[in-house]
Ligand binder design. Structure first.
Ligand SMILES: [Zn+2]
Length: 144
């Protein structure tokens, strides 16, 4: 069989290329699993890109497997922490919240409630830090 024939076989027999059975072991506890992936589920048939696949394992561990277009696992990486309580950022809201806290801080100082004033000051500092991190992220995003 020539290389050309092999290529056309790969590209035209959907049953052969669509799915690939894989065996992996959990990087955390070494339990072994098999799974099936569709390696040609993108429109770019000739793409040589590597897919990053999140595997939610029955042992409760999570990992990422890097799989190339031929279904070969190029690497695995354990996920240390899975954060799901993500909320969209209200950029405009920062200034309003900081303004409100500033007023509250001034009022507490006038009332000589220094403990609460100090707590509010810490909240303001935390919000400013968060806002600065957002600004840095926006700048970075704009540069790329
Ligand atoms: Zn595990």
């Amino acid at each position: 069989m020539t290389i050309n024939n092999a290529r056309s076989l790969v590209h035209h027999d959907d049953e052969l290329v669509k799915t690939s059975k894989k065996v992996i072991s959990c990087p955390r506890c070494n339990k072994m699993y098999h799974f099936t992936i569709n390696v040609h589920d993108t429109t770019e048939e000739e793409s040589t890109g590597i897919k990053n696949i999140l595997l939610d394992l029955p042992c409760k561990h999570k990992m990422v497997a890097y799989v190339d277009n031929n279904g070969v696992i190029r690497g695995t990486f354990p996920i240390d922490k899975h954060v799901t309580d993500l909320k969209p950022i209200d950029l405009k809201g920062y200034d309003d919240r900081i303004d409100d806290l500033q007023k509250k801080h001034e009022r507490l100082i006038r009332e000589k409630d220094y403990n609460n004033a100090f707590a509010v000051k810490k909240q303001i500092a935390a919000l400013n830090r968060e806002k600065n991190e957002c600004d840095a992220l926006i700048k970075k995003r704009g540069a790329s």
